[in-house]
Design a protein around this ligand. Structure first.
Ligand SMILES: Cc1ncc(COP(=O)(O)O)c(C=O)c1O
Length: 360
């Protein structure tokens, strides 16, 4: 049987490690809070398991369109924003085409490109862990069909500023689709950060990706969305696996939007926890990049395996990137002490912290 060679050698998406019952799972940038009570009831009210869901997710699209001032056709819903990345890549790119993105960034990007049959062009991050947007714009050729900009960048943490993004959009031809992946947008507190939604009117080649998995705490129900030009999202819809957003997921997302103030108060608490952790880590001597998502990056370099093991012994599961660093999600309040204690025990072993941070 024939398997495309590039698929045969493509590893399946590697999920953050599951944690033992008494450990904190800080490996997948999940939200530590359970859904709000109204959300659980809304899900429980969806009992027509023998029926297919509304394939067009119209109620949720209408609500989001209303909030963001777009038409319903300028909103697309999918089982997670990672599904939309796949749909966008398939809709725009095939063999011989290139998709540009920063590296290191979200681990799913290389697979998304390969599955579409296209070619990845990875542009190394700046030394501070942020996107090098000048280099990304320079990497665009007449083969480029799509550029992915991830802000804040997973796993390193820094945002793209509004000024940087404006200059970038000015440098990229309008025939190239720019995807602004804002999976962690709600956690951003830096006033200079770019916000994609208000820019949609100005740029006909922009699509903004958001998700209910992170700030809204619905990772298990798989709901993400895209905002952008209707004709682009129509092409994306044509590439979607039909009926893959469940009625339960749609109901949970709608109920969460109704309780947005309470949810966003939790998000503010997590952002504050993140800032405290970053301050403490820097005081310990770590060179932590600016953290604007719900995670922090420790550049443990060649000691990454040792660091991940030490965290695990302390009851914290982190995401390890071999020879580069560990990403630690901002989780339960009770995990903070252990996290900082373990980080302190490690920093002494890194003889040259700054040099041990190949963020590229
Ligand atoms: C940058 C980024 N984009 C997209 C996603 C996908 O999230 P979901 O498919 O749960 O919406 C993630 C998840 O970790 C992410 O980090």
């Amino acid at each position: 049987m024939h398997i495309r060679p590039e698929i045969a050698s493509l590893p399946a998406y590697k999920q953050g490690r599951q944690a033992a019952a008494d450990a904190f799972k800080l490996s997948s940038n999940e939200n530590p809070f359970p859904p709000l009570p109204g959300v659980i009831e809304a899900v429980q009210a969806q009992t027509a398991y023998n029926r297919y869901p509304d394939a067009s997710a119209l109620a949720l699209r209408a609500e989001l369109a209303n909030r963001f001032g777009t038409t319903v056709d300028e909103v697309h819903i999918a089982p997670g924003s990672v599904a939309i990345l796949h749909e966008l890549a398939k809709a725009t790119s095939g063999p011989g085409d290139e998709i540009v993105y920063a590296w290191r960034s979200f681990e799913a990007y290389p697979g998304v490109v390969t599955v579409a049959g296209a070619t990845s062009v990875q542009v190394p991050n700046r030394a501070d862990g942020g996107h090098d947007l000048d280099a990304m714009a320079a990497a665009v050729t007449d083969r480029t069909r799509m550029v992915i900009v991830c802000t804040p960048n997973n796993p390193t943490g820094p945002i793209v500023t509004a000024a940087e993004f404006q200059a970038f959009m000015g440098a990229v031809p309008e025939s190239v689709l720019v995807v602004l992946d804002e999976a962690y947008a709600e956690f951003v507190t830096d006033p200079d950060a770019v916000h994609g939604v208000p820019l949609l009117e100005r740029h006909p080649n922009l699509v903004v990706l958001r998700t209910f998995s992170k700030a809204y705490g619905l990772a298990g129900l798989r709901v993400g969305y895209a905002l952008g030009p209707a004709y682009v999202l129509d092409a994306v819809r044509a590439c979607a696996i039909p009926l893959s957003v469940t009625a339960q997921g749609q109901a949970a997302a709608l109920a969460s939007l109704e309780r947005e103030d309470e949810l966003l108060a939790r998000v503010a608490e997590l952002a504050e926890r993140r800032d405290t952790i970053v301050t403490e880590l820097r005081a310990q001597g770590w060179d932590v990049p600016d953290a604007q998502g719900n995670f922090v990056w420790l550049a443990t370099g060649e000691r990454t395996g040792v660091a991940a093991e030490r965290f695990e012994q302390a009851g914290i599961i982190v995401r390890a990137f071999a020879d580069e660093g560990v990403r630690i999600s901002i989780g339960e309040h009770e995990a903070v002490g252990k996290l900082l204690e373990t980080a302190r025990s490690l920093v002494g072993g890194l003889t040259r912290v700054a040099e041990a941070r190949p963020l590229r």
